[in-house]
Design a protein around this ligand. Sequence first.
Ligand SMILES: [Zn+2]
Length: 129
Amino acid sequence: MWRCNCGRENTDIGNFCIACGAAKNDVISAQISEDVQWYYYKGSDRCGPVTASEIADLLRIEEIDRKTLVWKSGMTDWIPLNQTALNTLATDVVPPIPMQAVSDKYAWALATVPFLCDFFLSRLNIVGM
Ligand SMILES: [Zn+2]
């Protein structure tokens, strides 16, 4: 049996969690790496060392995200978190809003705000008179 990060107990026969689809090897290596020290880049600052569970906390509070560059001893270069075993820690983190949704909201605000301003200004004029 192996226990997934989602809490599901899986049989040793399966290589993927039957609840969330996480790869067994990734889950186990992420769990083993608790005594591994990770470093990450925040802006231009190199931060760390932190453990895998501290990485999970940083993901949860959105201090870092899946694209954050991370490094641990034995790696030749800094690579995005989502290309390491740490990615399994990011599976229960709410993903960022797709750019399309952001620009739609922005366009909506641009289209609506002038109307609202005119509306309230005209109300104020009425009250003023
Ligand atoms: Zn799972």
